[in-house]
Design a protein around this ligand. Structure first.
Ligand code: NAD
Length: 369
């Protein structure tokens, strides 16, 4: 079992900002990106935190598929809507701007919605909906992604893991925050299993000949080669409702491409016709609802809290220790980690040292002897 020493939040935050800056990201944007990645670690989401720093952001800046300076263009704007072109810059920077704009609009008009096209990976979807929740509003978002999920009865990777995420304010210490992919598993979690030397549970993906695989490293290799696909929520076929997840994934694909105005399905591979690296040209959508324009924020919060408490207080299955509501585990993770810092596994330790040396920075990490 790998040991994962903790690194203090401030140290890792400053380090990430400095590395982003060395890669050409302006300081303010670097601070946003570091905060989005670390929010994943705060919430205990192992797949989208500092582990993604190098492969999904820095390596893509280096190979030219992500531009470090985000030229945000507001293409269309009304009192309640925004259409934004991220011009292949950082999706996290564009999404931050989008949520700031939508929250201001929803304060005045009650509802606001926006889309972004020509974007790149925007990290955990729940970061954006939590911005709305912190402003006393309901946040909803989704994004398309590199094709990795098959249609029900299909084997070809066609759609991304396409999260569909909501965060709602409650009268509790934590919100209702349902933030997950519309596939049974997402790529980041398989990467986490691989780094931890663990197999991927059976049945979560389908090979071209209709079988499943559990070797996490082999799955990632075969996925990159387009030889297997993840299944939508509900799993294979129709028996356990796989077509329902398939429907939700498709909804996210439609809103991210048709409403945002960008490519979809196979065209999101990050490769051009010659098989060379290309921009991902992702699309995202965001909606903000202000409860003050409905039953009022206090009523909304107490009823949502009541619903969550009723669910958690309902009769448990034999052997089950507790019932959770969405957002609770993430809050518990933060309670545990806030004084400890981020647990950093061996592969990430090596990446950090390599990045520090490459960028001529003088950080000393607690995991270094
Ligand atoms: N940007 C992208 O392209 C992209 C793509 C896929 C996923 N993601 C992100 O990856 C992250 C992880 O996604 P995932 O699909 O692995 O999530 P997951 O399967 O770990 O599910 C997480 C969600 O389920 C809730 N949850 C977990 N156990 C629960 C229980 N027992 N009872 C009630 N609720 C419970 C959590 O509170 C959380 O809301 C998310 O933040 C998502 O936004 C991003």
């Amino acid at each position: 079992m790998e040991t994962r020493p903790y690194v203090q939040w401030e140290l890792i935050n400053n380090f990430m900002i400095d590395v982003f800056k060395a890669y050409g990201v302006p300081e303010q944007d670097a601070a946003i990106c570091a905060d989005v990645l670390l929010e994943s670690d705060r919430r205990g989401i192992e797949s989208h935190g500092c582990n993604r720093f190098k492969p999904i952001y820095l390596d893509r800046i280096k190979n030219g598929t992500l531009l470090p300076k985000t030229n945000i263009e507001i293409v269309k704007e009304t009192p309640t809507t925004v259409v934004m072109n991220a011009n292949n810059g950082l999706g996290m920077v564009a999404s931050h701007k989008m949520m700031e704009m939508l929250i201001e609009k929803a304060k005045v008009y009650g509802l606001a919605g926006g889309t972004i096209y020509n974007s790149t990976h925007y990290g955990i979807a729940g970061y954006w909906t939590t911005m709305a929740e912190k402003a006393g509003m309901i946040g909803m978002t989704g994004t398309n992604a590199r094709p990795s999920v098959a249609a029900t009865f299909g084997v070809e990777p066609m759609m991304g893991t396409n999260p569909l995420t909501f965060t709602m304010p409650t009268d509790e210490e934590f919100p209702f925050n349902f933030d997950c992919a519309t596939s049974t598993i997402q790529n980041g979690k398989i990467e986490f299993y691989e780094r931890s030397g663990k197999p991927t549970p059976a049945g979560l993906l389908i090979t071209k000949d209709g079988n499943t695989m559990t070797d996490s490293g082999e799955i990632l290799r075969q996925m990159r080669a387009g030889n297997c696909a993840l299944t939508p929520l509900g799993g294979l076929g129709e028996e356990t409702g796989g077509y329902k997840g398939y429907g939700f994934t498709t909804i996210v694909e439609i809103l991210s491409a048709a409403l945002a105005g960008g490519p979809h399905t196979r065209a999101l591979s990050g490769k051009n016709e010659k098989g060379e690296n290309d921009f991902y040209r992702l699309g995202h959508f965001f909606f903000v609802i202000n409860p003050e324009f409905f039953m009022g924020l206090d009523t909304f919060k107490s009823t949502t809290g009541d619903i969550c408490r009723a669910l958690r207080g309902s009769t448990k299955a034999p052997g089950a220790e507790r019932i959770y509501t969405a957002g609770e585990k993430e809050w518990l993770s933060w309670q545990e980690r806030k004084d400890l810092g981020v647990p950093v596994g061996e592969a990430i330790q090596k990446e950090f040292i390599q990045l520090r040396d490459e960028c001529n920075l003088s950080y000393k990490f607690p995991f270094e002897k």
